[in-house]
Design a protein around this ligand. Sequence first.
Ligand code: AMP
Length: 210
Amino acid sequence: MRIILLGAPGSGKGTLAKKISRDFDIPQISTGDLFRAIVKEDSPLAEKVKSIMTSGGLVPDETTVELVKERISKPDCKKGFILDGFPRTIAQAEALEKISQIDSVVLVELANEIIIDRLSSRRTCPNCGEIYSVQDNPENACKKCLTPLIQRDDDKPETIKHRLEVYEANTSPLINFYSDRLFKVSSAGSPDQTYMPVKAFLEKLEAKGE
Ligand code: AMP
């Protein structure tokens, strides 16, 4: 099963991807996570990616497509994968068509006001990538690996607005691009409420053998 999670930054794609990955035993491929790992390296690419990410812009299509191409060629992707945060432009989607078949695209929908609220209070574990909100985790330590949580630079208010504009301009046209295989879900409720209809939909898809 090869699926894409589409939706604005902060709409809950990462949380949803983790649940799908656990239940359907397919890897979550988050280009944001892959870029955050690259930024930790000491290389000219790391410097370039870091400044783009901090500003809330997009890494060039060519670099991003290469990264995904390499990742989905790995053995753990044989049974399928969940793309989280890719594609983000029409050019990336067109390149992906040439690399792999995509069975379905889940569109995670959430109003911008709620996104801004959630992103501003989001805290991330720099070690294992687990996501929390300030309200749910006042201890500010990861419940899985006890690492102190951080606020991502691009989750600061001035960058959030720009990331939403970038989504509107570059990524939202993908809703039309994938209109033939789109499944829409609202993430206004709890993570489990969001996941329930997605799980039912994917079980049907799996039963069809896709
Ligand atoms: P995310 O964790 O998905 O919100 O991604 C964090 C940042 O990584 C984005 O704001 C972009 O700077 C970069 N990034 C992630 N995925 C892509 C992509 N598909 N194309 C270009 N840049 C990306």
